[in-house]
Design a protein around this ligand. Structure first.
Ligand SMILES: Nc1ncnc2c1ncn2[C@@H]1O[C@H](COP(=O)(O)OP(=O)(O)O)[C@@H](O)[C@H]1O
Ligand SMILES: [Mg+2]
Length: 402
């Protein structure tokens, strides 16, 4: 029950919230010296006026890819008298060839881009700008996998190098999708992957150091103890070594303590924060799934929750579903929506993709249980998964869900 007055009162917990924000890039990125060095090496030739090799960076979310790249970009931008020019492009916003071209032109030739030219004009303007004093243009495409016409974009950007008489273009692609490689056209693949750099997930000890560092400036002294930080680091490590997640848990725990008007953050708030942040993550993951993946996942959530009506295996802790029965349920749900269910072959493909996303786990049953069958386990809270999907698929929440 906060009112404006409460909000204006000085925080008991936080000293500086800004350093906890997901957009904040710390001055020092620990445990990433080697990766930063690799990006610098890819950019070094461009500082000398030569075209460097393209670089492809990948790794799970929250492993520091964006922060490290921006860190190096800032370094390069601080170097005077170089022919290198950089465009950093967040492809979630600029998600087509045209938008990317327009963004590059507006970064460097702002008055031109505003005039609404077509792709060909932008391309010509860009090439003559590069040629005029042999510039090296470095294009950083972050979350490159979301570009709709990516093969066209890569083709266009590489073509610049054969169309210009002086200067050059280097591409740095970044992706959170580890399996993205397989979806690329072979030509784009050989262009992008001249060199590659993998960002590994952070260990719990590394996450601990990362959040500890933010606590020193972000929290008031003595408000949060090491046990709480170790718990947050360990939880985020289990969830895939995601630094963003650990920072979200940290600030959420602080907010919860503040809401309760406490002067310290306890284990209780940390545990609560971990649950809340985890369900945000599930939500983000689920709503971006394609339709039939959602329907399969929905069938899994419903069956996991259903009581005695459905035969399932449980070892007292976990529930395992039979793959064939999940398929039947998926089929009846799909048909009840007057849609056509996909064949079992497709269904197995959806399952393995849900498995890759870490939403479900599948096991071979081994002998004894109906010959050989696949067993499926939902890895996220079933009630939450079900209600998110219900809202998303049917636009309603069932009465029995929270
Ligand atoms: N080595 C690090 N040291 C300090 N903070 C980090 C480090 N790596 C990541 N972070 C923080 O974690 C968050 C996520 O990092 P980000 O670079 O966006 O990851 P990615 O692009 O791989 O998803 C950012 O808020 C960033 O400040
Ligand atoms: Mg990123």
């Amino acid at each position: 029950m906060s009112n404006l007055n409460d909000l204006l009162v000085e925080s008991r917990i936080f000293a500086n919230r800004e350093v906890l924000s997901p957009h904040y890039i710390p001055k020092k990125l620990i445990f990433r010296e080697k990766e930063i060095n690799n990006i610098e090496r890819a950019l070094a030739p461009s500082l000398k006026g030569e075209r460097g090799r393209n670089l492809f960076i990948y790794g799970k979310t929250g492993t520091g890819k964006t922060s490290c790249s921006k860190y190096v970009i800032d370094e390069v931008n601080d170097i005077p008298n170089t022919r290198a020019r950089i465009s950093y492009i967040n492809c979630r916003i600029y998600n087509s060839r045209y938008r990317v071209l327009n963004k590059i032109v507006s970064d460097h030739l702002p008055t031109y881009a505003k005039r609404g030219y077509g792709a060909v004009d932008l391309y010509e303007k860009l090439t003559s700008w590069i040629e005029e004093d042999s510039k090296i243009l470095v294009i950083v495409l972050d979350e490159i996998d979301v570009v709709r016409d990516l093969d066209d974009l890569i083709y266009t950007l590489t073509r610049i190098n054969s169309d210009i008489k002086a200067g050059g273009v280097t591409i740095i692609g970044i992706s959170n999708k580890v399996s993205f490689k397989e979806s690329l056209d072979p030509r784009s693949l050989s262009t992008l992957y001249e060199t590659e750099l993998v960002f590994p997930p952070y260990y719990a000890t590394e996450l601990y150091a990362i959040i500890k560092d933010r606590v020193l400036t972000g929290f008031k002294p003595g408000t949060i103890n090491d046990d709480v930080l170790h718990f947050i680091a360990a939880t985020a490590a289990k969830e895939g070594g995601d630094a963003r997640l650990s920072l979200k848990m940290l600030s959420k725990a602080g907010e919860l303590a503040e809401d309760k008007r406490q002067s310290t953050v306890g284990m209780k708030e940390a545990e609560e924060a971990a649950k809340l942040v985890e369900s945000d993550v599930v939500y983000d993951l689920i709503v971006t799934l394609p339709e039939h993946h959602k329907l399969v996942l929905y069938a899994i959530a419903v069956l996991t929750l259903s009581g005695g009506s459905y035969k399932k295996l449980t070892d007292g802790v976990d529930t395992y579903l039979f793959s064939g029965e999940v398929y039947n349920r998926y089929k009846s749900i799909t048909e009840s929506m007057h849609k056509e269910a996909k064949s079992e072959r497709w269904y197995r493909k959806y399952l393995s993709e849900l498995e890759m996303q870490g939403l479900v786990a599948a096991f071979e049953s081994g002998k004894g249980i109906r010959g050989h069958t696949k067993l499926i386990k939902l890895l996220y809270p079933p009630q939450k998964t079900k209600s998110v999907l219900e809202k998303d698929i049917f636009g309603t929440e069932a009465s029995d869900s929270k």
